[in-house]
Design a protein around this ligand. Structure first.
Ligand SMILES: [Zn+2]
Ligand SMILES: [Zn+2]
Length: 810
């Protein structure tokens, strides 16, 4: 046994042992074995677009810690890993490197696999999967066809978002403030025939069933709620004067209908051309529409509101007033119907437009107390307004008028109550090579024909020239495209668009439960045993995209009888971002820290422990080289203490202060990891315990305290812990039961103190019963959770009930 801590040597050795023993492989349950307590822990799978970075190390170490603790507490733990190998990230990486995506994906996967093993993550490698593997994407295609059969996948021409750099359409969810989520380019509007998933049919259930996601971060739920954007309102049918055409609009303010003094169509609205055909305004309107089409949504948002009059009028159903129809690009096609009734007195953007073109501004709601409304106070719409200039509805309070006007419209077939959503259908087709082929053929006689299940997978053809040029590169693969119609046997052509990578990631986590199944995507019994995922871990950037899509897929699969659960992820944890020199790490800033380099120097254990020691894992944190070194020194100290204590006989620990300290540490570490999802404080607690042992090496409980320290640090630093456990005469710490605190030893000295802010419980501290009051207050104020609620302010009053409670009044 080496006297010096040599991480390189011991880490390689233990990694070999775990691999040889398949230490973290977990079998699926036998039939009828469904009652065992299980923990299915999934971290969002990496894109193999490069090697792992420190953010991955944080993500997967959080998962590792949770898994080790759960496993040692007697749970059946499933912790698999895979690669999100199709799609833009992998393809763009290949283009940058000048290689074929298959080649670069395979190479990156091989490199990532080596890195993961070297980090010592406890992964069930028997279940490893890649979404670009035909054995996997066969079932992505199979699921697509099931959606297609139910009318939940369809093709239509629609205005879409186009990324000029990636040369492909994007889903609305992939456009962030008008920019491509992948490459940052400003997106353009185009009208193209594309494939969609009908996620809007699930808008209500996606919202309502969020009620069951109690263990999700509130901000993720809020982001999803806002994205779905359900708002109650009214549908109002305007008529085009002198034609039979109807112009439906959605409004949340039917009470302002008498204030509509003009009507606006988005430039992309399908009626625009027809309205001006052959008229004096035709040239001007056509030219405006063309220019608007070349602008990005960002430009449209930023520029001054302008537009053109079409020369036509709409008839307001409530008063038969003729109001001019304008075309203006401040109205976007993707919201509502691409048409609005403009109420310039009560809407800021309509107001700016009316001012510019001298259009009438008519006040129709005002405060009930008779005060004049503040000019321009559009957001100050309150419940105690009443209607004016609104015919027979004058004097009605606004909320009542909303109902009355909506009912009036409904009675006459001119509209009625409806609910508006911000959510649009999910655009899933991409004009790119590296993706899952859409299993549809186009036949001149039969139209769209699904590829029969027994002909799946439709394998992605090998293409030398895969560069994006605005149409799918697959179109160039003539031999592949030309096929026969599964229905009539005639000549047909394959669909050449591929699927967005978010389709793959909408169900991959279920495939983990049954990854080698060749007869179906997974077996329902096995999926129902493991799912919902007990703990899902990943970045906040997926709060809407991936998480919303995965929830949608799960609901549809449940309705198909494929699974027995409605929500895929019972609990969600979003890790923070690791910064360096105050900024997000990026290659362009040159502040990237390479996990391999640090684990070469200090060992994987030091790197793993340090990423969690930096701060609360759900918050952004700052990388410091001195910090890794500090953790490395701690591991060295632990090494020395263990070798020293190993000389002593193992005896039942007597009741000493050190023994009580060890038990208090067990209680704290367990509670922090398992219940509070705090991963930094347990490390500090173990460090403290090791310091105490150093101060009292001859305490009769010193050996027990040492064993405890090794056992508790194992989830963080599994290699050194395993090695030292051996030094102490044990074996297979990863299977050894997690230590339990003796309540008898705890009760006397350690108490739980509730910390409140304004009477609301914000944290619980485990402290020595005899802690001085000032120290207790200082500890309570230092708590992250409490600080978040003090908002940096001084408490007005601090109430302390010793041994029980601290309450800050602010
Ligand atoms: Zn892009
Ligand atoms: Zn046919």
């Amino acid at each position: 046994m080496s006297e010096r801590y040599d991480p390189k040597q011991i880490e390689a050795r233990w990694q070999r042992v775990w691999e040889e023993e398949r230490a973290f492989a977990v079998p699926n349950p036998e039939p009828g074995e469904g009652d065992r307590s299980k923990a299915f822990v999934v971290e969002m799978l990496p894109y193999p677009s490069g090697e792992l970075h420190m953010g991955h190390v944080l993500n997967y170490t959080i998962g590792d810690v949770i898994c080790h603790v759960r496993r040692r507490r007697g749970f059946q733990v499933l912790r698999p890993m895979g690669y999100d190998a199709f799609g833009l990230p992998a393809e763009n990486a290949a283009i940058r490197e000048g290689t074929h995506p298959r080649e670069s994906t395979e190479r990156n996967i091989a490199a990532i696999r080596v890195q993961m093993r070297r980090m010592g993550w406890a992964i069930d490698w028997d279940r490893e999967l890649s979404t670009a593997d035909p054995a996997f994407y066969r079932w992505t295609q199979w699921l697509f066809l099931r959606f297609y059969e139910r009318g939940l996948a369809y093709r239509k021409e629609a205005p879409v978002k186009w990324c000029p750099r990636d040369q492909t359409v994007l889903a609305n969810e992939q456009v962030i403030n008008g920019h491509c989520d992948r490459c940052g380019a400003e997106v353009e509007a185009r009208s193209l025939t594309q494939w969609f998933f009908r996620i809007t049919d699930y808008a209500d259930v996606l919202l309502d069933e969020m009620e069951t996601l109690e263990s999700w971060p509130e901000r993720v739920l809020t982001m999803q709620r806002n994205w779905i954007g359900r708002s109650p309102g009214a549908r109002v049918l305007f008529r085009v004067d002198g034609s039979g055409e109807e112009l439906p609009v959605f409004t949340t303010r039917p009470d302002t209908l008498f204030g509509a003094t003009f009507f606006v169509l988005a430039p992309e609205h399908s009626l625009v051309g027809q309205l001006v055909a052959g008229s004096e305004q035709e040239d001007e309107v056509t030219s405006y529409v063309r220019h608007a089409g070349a602008r990005t949504a960002v430009e449209r948002e930023k520029k001054e509101k302008d537009g053109v009059f079409t020369g036509r009028y709409a008839v307001n159903p409530v008063n038969d007033e003729r109001i001019p129809i304008w075309v203006a690009d401040y109205v976007l096609m993707e919201y509502g119907s691409g048409a609005i009734m403009a109420v310039p007195a009560h809407d800021e953007r309509d107001h700016a437009f009316a001012e510019r073109y001298g259009l009438e501004i008519r006040t129709v709601v005002r405060p009930a107390d008779g005060d004049e409304p503040e000019p321009g106070a559009f957001s100050a719409h309150t419940e105690n307004e009443v209607l004016v200039n609104s015919g027979s509805f004058d004097g009605l309070p606004a909320p009542e008028a909303k109902r009355a006007i909506t009912a009036w419209l409904a009675e006459r077939g001119l509209g009625g109550e409806t609910v508006g959503y911000r959510l649009r259908d999910w655009l899933l087709s991409r004009q790119r090579y590296w993706g899952c082929p859409i299993p549809i053929v186009h036949c001149e006689r039969c139209g769209e024909v699904p590829v029969p299940d027994d002909q799946l997978p439709v394998v992605l053809p090998e293409l030398e020239d895969f560069l994006p040029r605005g149409r799918s590169p697959l179109a160039a693969a003539e031999d592949w495209v030309a096929t026969s119609c599964p229905s009539c046997g005639g000549a047909a052509r394959r669909e050449t668009d591929t699927m967005d990578t978010f389709v793959d990631s909408s169900w991959y986590f279920i495939r983990y439960t049954d990854p080698h199944n060749a007869d179906g995507p997974f077996s329902r019994d096995v999926a129902d045993f493991w799912l919902p995922v007990n703990q899902y871990i990943g970045g906040i950037e997926h709060a809407i995209l991936h998480l919303l899509y995965a929830r949608f897929f799960t609901k549809v699969m449940q309705e198909m009888g494929l699974v027995g659960f409605r929500e895929p992820f019972a609990r969600l944890f979003n890790q923070g971002m690791i910064h360096k020199d105050g900024a997000k790490m990026s290659k362009s800033k040159g502040n990237v820290v390479d996990p391999l380099m640090y684990s070469e120097r200090y060992g994987a254990d030091a790197v793993r422990t340090f990423v969690l020691f930096m701060g609360p894992a759900d918050q952004d944190m700052e990388w410091q080289d001195s910090g890794v070194e500090g953790v490395w020194r701690f591991l060295n100290r632990l090494w020395r203490v263990v070798h020293e204590q190993a000389q002593k006989p193992a005896v039942a620990a007597p009741d000493t202060a050190l023994a009580r300290k060890a038990h208090a540490t067990i209680a704290k570490v367990t509670d922090d990891i398992d219940r509070r999802f705090l991963f930094n404080t347990p490390i500090a607690a173990v460090m403290e315990l090791v310091n105490e042992i150093g101060r009292a090496p001859d305490d009769p409980a010193a050996r027990f305290a040492t064993e405890t320290a090794v056992s508790l640090i194992q989830p963080y630093a599994p290699h050194i812990a395993e090695e030292l456990w051996g030094v102490l005469g044990g074996a297979r710490l990863w299977q050894h039961p997690w230590p339990e605190a003796d309540p008898a030893l705890l009760e006397r000295d350690v108490v739980e103190v509730v910390v409140q802010v304004n009477g609301k419980v914000r944290d619980r501290l485990h402290v020595a019963a005899a802690i001085p009051e000032e120290e207790l207050v200082a500890l309570a104020r230092a708590s992250e959770r409490v600080r978040a609620h003090l908002n940096g302010g001084e408490p007005r009053k601090t109430i302390v009930v010793p041994g029980k409670l601290v309450n800050f009044v602010v």
